[in-house]
Design a protein around this ligand. Structure first.
Ligand code: NAG
Ligand code: NAG
Ligand code: NAG
Ligand code: NAG
Length: 310
C-alpha cells in the first residue's frame, strides 16, 4: 500500500518535472510550481525565458558567449538586393533590452563599437565608443535563407520541395508560412533559396530568431530540447542540409564604407581592370601592325624608286 503511494507520488513528481521543460531551448534550467525556465547568460545571471516561443537571438548569443567562456560549448563554425549583407563578424557578447531585443549600439565589452540591426548583425563600420551613434534599432524585414541540401538518391520535385520547406518552417519555428514570399530551387547547385519577408513596420514578428535557429540546425546542433534534426521530407525522402547562408535586408540600407569591399564588387573591379588591360594590349598590337605595314610599304616604294632610278 505504502509502496503504491510512493510509486504514484514518484509518478507525479516525474510527471511535473517532465512537463516543466523548455522545448525551445535545451540549455534552459526549469523550476516547477510555477514552471519558469531561465537561461544562464552570465556569471549568476539567469535570464527568464518564455518557453512557448523561440528565444530571442540576443539572449541566445549572450548564453553562447557565456558558455564558450565556461568551456561548455562553442560555436563551430545570391544576394537578394544590393543592400543585403551577411554576418561576417560572428559572435559577440551583446547587450539586450528587457524584451530580448538587441540594443542598437554594441561594443562586445570593448571600446570599439558599431550599430546593429534587429538581428544583431553589424550594419555600420566599427569605431571608437564615443564616435559611434546609433539613433535607432533598424528592423530586418527580409531574410534570405540559402540552404544547400545533401545529395539525394533521386531528383527532388520542385513543387513538393517548396511545400515541404514551408511546412517544416511553420511547424518547427512557429512562423506562419504566409511570411515565405518566395522559394526557388536550383537542382544542379542543390540550393534552395527561401525569402522570408514581413510587412515593413511590423515589429511583432522577429525574423532573426527563425534565421538563427535554422543556422544552428544546419551548421551546429539543434537548440531544441528534443534534439531532432531539421529534416523536411520530400516525396518520402528525408532531406539533410550541409550549409546555410543568411542574407539580411533592413528597412534602411547599411552604411558600411568602401573599405569593406564585398566579393562581388571585387570581382567587378577585377573584370574591369582585366578588360582595360586587354584593350590596351589590343591597341598596342594594332599600332605595331600598322607601323609594320607602313614600314613595309615604305620599303617597297623605296625599292621601286631605286629600281626606276637605275
Ligand atoms: C509566451 O509566448 C507565447 C507564444 O508566442 C505567447 O502567447 C505568450 O503570451 C508568451 N508569454 C509571456 C509571458 O510573454
Ligand atoms: C568579442 O569578444 C570576444 C572575446 O571576448 C572575441 O572572441 C570575439 O571575436 C569578439 N567578437 C566580435 C564580433 O568582435
Ligand atoms: C551531408 O553532407 C555533408 C557534407 O557533404 C556531410 O558532412 C554530412 O554528414 C551529410 N549529412 C547526412 C545526414 O548525410
Ligand atoms: C513579396 O511578394 C510580393 C508578391 O509576390 C512582391 O510584390 C513583393 O515585392 C515581394 N517582396 C519582396 C521583398 O520580395
Amino acid at each position: 500500500m505504502n509502496a503504491l503511494l510512493l510509486l504514484s507520488l514518484c509518478g507525479l513528481v516525474v510527471g511535473a518535472w517532465a512537463q516543466c521543460q523548455c522545448s525551445y531551448m535545451k540549455w534552459a534550467k526549469c523550476d516547477e510550481t510555477p514552471c519558469q525556465c531561465t537561461l544562464a547568460v552570465g556569471e549568476a545571471v539567469n535570464q527568464p525565458i518564455n518557453c512557448s516561443a523561440l528565444v530571442p537571438k540576443c539572449y541566445l548569443m549572450k548564453a553562447e558567449m557565456y558558455r564558450a567562456k565556461k568551456g561548455l560549448s562553442t560555436r563551430s563554425g545570391g544576394k537578394p538586393t544590393e543592400h543585403a549583407f551577411v554576418d561576417n563578424d560572428g559572435i559577440y557578447d551583446p547587450e539586450c533590452d528587457n524584451n530580448g531585443n538587441f540594443k542598437a549600439k554594441q561594443c562586445n565589452n570593448t571600446n570599439e563599437c558599431w550599430c546593429v540591426n534587429s538581428a544583431g548583425v553589424r550594419r555600420t563600420d566599427k569605431g571608437a565608443k564615443e564616435d559611434i551613434n546609433c539613433n535607432e534599432l533598424v528592423d530586418t524585414y527580409w531574410v534570405r535563407l540559402e540552404l544547400k541540401h545533401n545529395v539525394t538518391s533521386t531528383p527532388l520535385d520542385t513543387a513538393q520541395l517548396k511545400t515541404a520547406i514551408g511546412q517544416a518552417i511553420q511547424s518547427r519555428y512557429g512562423l506562419s508560412a504566409s511570411f515565405i514570399n518566395n522559394t526557388q530551387y536550383d537542382p544542379d547547385a542543390r540550393l534552395i533559396m527561401v525569402d522570408v519577408v514581413k510587412p515593413i513596420g511590423n515589429k511583432n514578428v522577429d525574423l532573426s530568431r527563425v534565421a538563427y535557429y535554422m543556422e544552428k540546425d544546419v551548421k551546429v546542433l539543434p537548440l531544441f530540447t528534443d534534439g531532432k534534426k531539421f529534416q523536411p521530407t520530400v516525396s518520402g525522402q528525408p532531406l539533410n542540409f550541409e550549409n546555410i547562408v543568411v542574407y539580411y535586408v533592413d528597412e534602411k540600407p547599411p552604411t558600411f564604407s568602401m573599405k569593406r569591399l564585398t566579393g562581388g564588387i571585387i570581382a567587378v573591379i577585377v573584370v574591369v581592370v582585366v578588360a582595360i588591360a586587354a584593350g590596351l594590349l589590343v591597341l598596342f598590337f594594332a599600332k605595331r601592325k600598322q607601323r609594320a605595314q607602313y614600314e613595309k610599304t615604305q620599303h617597297r616604294e623605296m625599292d621601286e624608286m631605286q629600281q626606276s632610278l637605275s
